[in-house]
Design a protein around this ligand. Sequence first.
Ligand SMILES: [Zn+2]
Length: 392
Amino acid sequence: MTAPAELMAGVWADLTGQEPTVETLANAAHAAAARLAGVEGISGMTHAWLITGPPGSGRSNAARAFAAALECQNEGCGECNACRTSLSGTHPDVTLVRTEQLSLRVDEIRELVLKSAMSPVGARWQVLVVEDADRLTEQAADALLKSLEEPAARTVWLLCAPTVEDVVPTIRSRCRLLVLRTPSTSAVASLLERRGVERSMALFAARASQGHIGRARALALKEEVRDRRSEVLSIPSQVGTLSGCVHAAAALVERAAEEAKAATTELDTHERTELENALGVGGKGAKPRSLQAALKDLDDQQKVRAKRLQRDALDRALLDLMSYYRDVLAVALNTGAELVNLELRPDIARAAASTPPEAVLAKVDAILACREAIAANVAPLLAVEAMTINLR
Ligand SMILES: [Zn+2]
């Protein structure tokens, strides 16, 4: 067993606030190392894990850290070549699969399954990480099943998904489940500080991100991300009039589209060039029919992705907006809860004094309804306008 003090060191250092999970994984890595060393009486090696947790809680970090601990001679020192290459995804026996697309295709999974049947190149484990197990198509899940049921002796599968319900039952029943929790504000802040972020900024970003580590890092490091967030938080002051509501809604949807575009443009071009190179045709001129079809296919996938990213950006904005009204409620009802938007305290106190709690609650409901409508594919502008009018 590992003592708590040394528990969060080495490859585990960045798994802020996830001590119970780290303990389980560190023990599993220890058992795996004992098995490789031929120690007698090691029971139940787990060959398939499902790591779940809310967005930003560090699912993929946990999977990589565990992969490193399995490949490392010292169970995850964090310093050696095996640790470093496992964490960065370049270790020959660690395969990371993730997708920017809506689903993981069956041919990608078949390739992984083939690999899973092979012995590792090195002397330790063949580790296969599927970062978006929630995006397995039914066919892809079927292709995976047999390998999970009858794993090769030195193969370990690590699947990641937001919740256990996001994974088809046949898959999840064959995995050992690990649940990550939302990390606390202080845990996120200390992680940022260790990365060189100044303390007050680290605290602000940790609070504002509400436990989403990637978001906290973006808020701490990028001014434009902070600016966008301030704009969202100015919405409550803009919805006094009907025209203000309409204007605020349009601006919010526009910003989300811009954010998605910034995230995809470079990726889109890169994918297109790769595809053209793979098919041996680049540049201008007539393109063969097969290439045209493949390009059209790629184009469709990219459009779907852009749409998804816009919805994701919008949802993040709505979460920020919701945090404002939650703060107002916390002050109005004097719950003593830590405010997410501490820097807006005077504003929040004024709103709390002038709005009855039931009215604030109705605004929170309006935001929730908007998130649900967008998740259900209602046109974003329509859903957001309905919301801003209800925030009036
Ligand atoms: Zn190491």
